[in-house]
Design a protein around this ligand. Structure first.
Ligand SMILES: [Zn+2]
Length: 126
């Protein structure tokens, strides 16, 4: 699974945050690359671009997403659906307990979790 730029935008806006957009290519301080966001009007450092980063160690965003899914009462459905996706990709002959443990370890990796969340939003689950 890969996370595209449009997936990142989708999740960011689903979290209620702004996916900042430049008003124009012009910037006053090119080295720092600050500009005003065309949507929210905030001063944004486009060198580091948008928050969240969705990097493999972006645990803060994983936490925010998990909290929102739970708050919306959708964790159980998401979990069952995600486990189904896991089983499609990793057909194993191990015991049920092993499968559950392996799945949990896999799910909480940002590199797996973020694309799953994007897919779940696109499928209208959340
Ligand atoms: Zn913005």
């Amino acid at each position: 699974m890969t996370l595209t730029e449009s997936d990142k935008k989708l999740i960011t806006e689903w979290l209620g945050m702004c996916w900042h957009e430049r008003k124009s290519e012009h910037t006053f301080l090119k080295s720092w690359d600050y500009s005003i966001c065309a949507k929210c009007g905030k001063s944004v450092n486009f060198q580091y671009f948008n928050f969240p980063s969705f990097s493999p160690d972006d645990w803060n965003t994983l936490y925010l997403i998990k909290e929102k899914i739970a708050r919306d009462g959708k964790w159980k459905n998401f979990y069952i659906w995600a486990r189904h996706q896991f089983c499609k990709d990793f057909v194993t002959v191990c015991s049920r307990d092993d499968m559950e443990a392996n799945f949990n370890c896999w799910l909480i990796q940002p590199i797996n979790f973020f694309p799953l969340v994007a897919e779940a939003i696109k499928e209208g689950m959340m």
